[in-house]
Design a protein around this ligand. Sequence first.
Ligand SMILES: [Fe+2]
Length: 162
Amino acid sequence: MHGVYHVEPEKVKIVAIAHDMAKELTNEEIQQITDKYNIELDEIETRNKDLIHAKIGAYLMKNEYHFTNDMANAIAYHTTGRAEMSLLEKIIYLADATEETREYCSHHYVDIIKKDIDQGIVEIQKWVMGRLLERNKLIHPNSIECYNYYIEHNKSKNESNE
Ligand SMILES: [Fe+2]
């Protein structure tokens, strides 16, 4: 095992490579896959193409590449995050948000994440949701639930450390 958080590096690598597999699909291909696997897109996913690739990718990887539920969930929630994420989900979500081509200073966030991964999630959600608000974009309920969950979770964690 390597790095700051203990998770199988091979598993992280595979999910990281696969996480955007559905991003380049055409609308027609997306339709075929949603029909094939009976995938229900919620209202916000339907209105925001950026979100669809996460859910579609998760179904594809689970059904056609035999990903475990945890690996598929890491893909399904890599764009929005959610409450009570597994370590693998957190790593994929945060790695995607802080990769070097992002428009803001990712090193600031990487430092926070290395110290406290759950605090990193709160800070990234604040940044991402702030950007969505500025641009009059919809916010998916999973992101809000993620923020609410980790704000409270971190508070109780800090209280028990005092
Ligand atoms: Fe993505």
